[in-house]
Design a protein around this ligand. Structure first.
Ligand code: ATP
Length: 513
């Protein structure tokens, strides 16, 4: 098993052990690709939502919120194109009866050549030591070049097949490359078929096509259909935005990698309506702003990279992903898309209602263009958790597990601990909590030795640990320990609020955005 797989396993088991994430309906052996957020997970998730909502709605007077229903009129999905085109190509192995995404099988095959290149680089680094120039090595090493040529050729072939929706050619490619089922090892494949990712259900008591409705596969359409409602009732002027957080559902064929790809997940989306012709300016604006929002968390700039799309969806005129270095490597965390007037025009066409804006400055009506920012809440959660989880070797040779969650997002901001259970120390600790709890989520902890309690708080990511001892009763001071530096300081109880606030306040992050 490689290091990355190890890391993901570590994150999953830590998340379970400390009440962040549980498999859904675990007593019935779980349900694939669905997860439940536990007592700490629910807090972290809520804090991520609050950070996003504050950055969008509270910080921008031209952005307002929305909470649309999950069920929408079925015509919505005809207009948006999801009914016809929200498909993934799937293939079944006849021996194992396992289902795969056909394009992912090919991509994973191509990935093997990337791994070969990585191995060559590792060898090169070992051989040349400090003189190693990776860029030059990649450009000149014959083994690297051979593998890169192969990757380029296969990727070009796959792109052409997917663009042409040529399912037979996709199966042909799988056969030609001799790709075998990872479970059965056999190459006994069915044909490739399109599989629509929307979950359908029935409305009311009448069965049949007439009452078939869908669980929304994205939150964005709830925003588009309410565009005029919000614009008119909120007296919004272009440019303005509508932000929404909510559940979305996709019947993903390959659902794995923990909460990275789930069948029920949550999105935080904002649609920004602009004048036609000004969309690329706003696209750049939001790309920059969203990058800042992520990086203000302080997980480390090296975790992020922009991936600008070269191949664009037919309705987009610019698109970029903010990718994060998850335990499985760099993958999409957020999408920023310039969607033109595609969505509003489609809804005009299907509903027969005008979805236009009268621009008093230009003295004319037009269908606004849209910039979308769309981030997965669960992917944000995984990004934070996986970057924060660290095994540290300490100076005295011991080890500790620490969850360096950005303090503003941490489930508990402070743990208050009486040194012993006697002499009135617990009462004093409770007194401190009774004062702090109006502003912060606090935890009271009196069980086990103080060292063990510190480790427990490190492992759940509490930024500050306050200990009440006998001196506290004499001079009203406590020790405050910092999760990350492990340094302890003696401070007055009266100063606690200000010290904690300085570290955990969201204000600092919002100012950076
Ligand atoms: P991917 O290519 O990884 O399937 P996508 O391009 O289909 O993602 P979008 O439709 O742009 O994703 O959705 C916007 C955001 O929603 C993504 O950036 C991601 O963070 C999140 N998201 C999409 N699908 C899932 C899922 N199955 N589970 C969790 N989050 C998801």
């Amino acid at each position: 098993m490689d290091k990355k797989e190890d890391k993901l396993k570590e994150v999953i088991s830590h998340a379970k052990e400390y009440g962040y994430v549980f498999p859904s309906s675990e007593i019935y052996d779980g349900l694939s690709a669905t997860y439940d957020y536990g007592q700490l997970g629910a807090e972290l998730k809520k804090n991520i939502k609050d950070y996003w909502w504050a950055a969008m709605v509270q910080m921008n007077e031209e952005i307002v919120g929305l909470d649309a229903a999950i069920f929408m009129h079925p015509q919505t999905w005809k207009a948006s194109g999801h009914m016809d085109a929200f498909n993934d190509p799937m293939i079944d192995n006849k021996d194992s009866k396992k289902r795969y995404r056909a394009d992912v099988l090919v991509e994973e095959y191509i990935e093997k050549y990337r791994d070969k290149i990585k191995k060559e680089v590792k060898k090169g680094r070992k051989r040349f030591g400090d003189d190693f120039d990776e860029e030059q090595f990649l450009a000149t090493n014959p083994n690297v070049k051979r593998n890169q040529d192969k990757i380029d050729k296969l990727e070009a072939q796959l792109t052409e097949i997917l663009e042409g929706d040529d399912l037979d050619a996709l199966k042909g490619m799988i056969e030609e490359l001799g790709i075998a089922c990872p479970v059965s090892g056999s190459k006994n494949w069915t044909d490739v078929r399109q599989f629509n990712l929307m979950f359908a259900t029935e409305l009311g008591s009448v069965a049949g096509d007439a009452s078939k409705i869908y669980l929304r596969p994205e939150t964005a359409q709830g925003i588009f259909v309410n565009f005029l409602n919000v614009q008119k009732t909120g007296r919004m002027k272009i440019p303005f935005g509508i932000a929404q957080i909510g559940k979305a559902f996709r019947n993903e064929i390959v659902a794995r990698q923990f909460i990275f790809r789930m069948r029920e997940f949550e999105q935080m989306e904002m649609q920004y309506f602009v004048r036609p012709g000004e969309e690329l300016k706003w696209y750049e604006h939001w790309k920059e702003k969203r990058n800042k929002w992520h990086k203000a968390l302080g997980l480390g700039e090296e975790f992020y990279r922009d991936h600008d799309h070269i191949k664009l969806a037919h309705y987009a005129n610019a698109a970029s992903d903010i990718e994060f270095d998850f335990p499985m490597g760099f993958k999409e965390l957020e999408g920023i898309h310039s969607r033109t007037d595609f969505d509003l025009k489609k809804h005009e066409e299907f509903s027969g209602k005008k979805l236009q804006f009268f621009d008093p400055e230009l003295n004319k009506n037009y269908t606004p263009y849209v910039i979308e920012t769309s981030v997965g809440l669960d992917r944000m959660f995984l990004a934070v958790l996986s970057a924060a989880l660290k095994n540290e070797k300490l100076e005295d040779g011991s080890e500790r597990v620490v969850l360096s969650i950005p303090p503003a997002l941490a489930p508990y901001k402070v743990a208050v601990m009486p040194l012993t259970k006697k002499d009135g120390l617990p009462d004093k600790a409770r007194e401190i909590i009774d004062d702090l709890k109006f502003d912060y989520n606090c935890q009271y902890d009196e069980k086990d030795s103080i060292g063990k309690r510190y480790r427990r708080q490190d492992a759940i990511g509490t930024p500050y640990h306050v200990t009440v001892d006998h001196q506290t009763l004499e001079d009203n001071t406590v020790t405050i320990r910092d999760r990350d530096t492990m340094e302890q300081e003696r401070v007055s109880i009266n100063d606690l609020h200000a010290i904690i606030d300085e570290k955990v306040s969201m204000k600092k992050l919002l100012k950076m955005g």
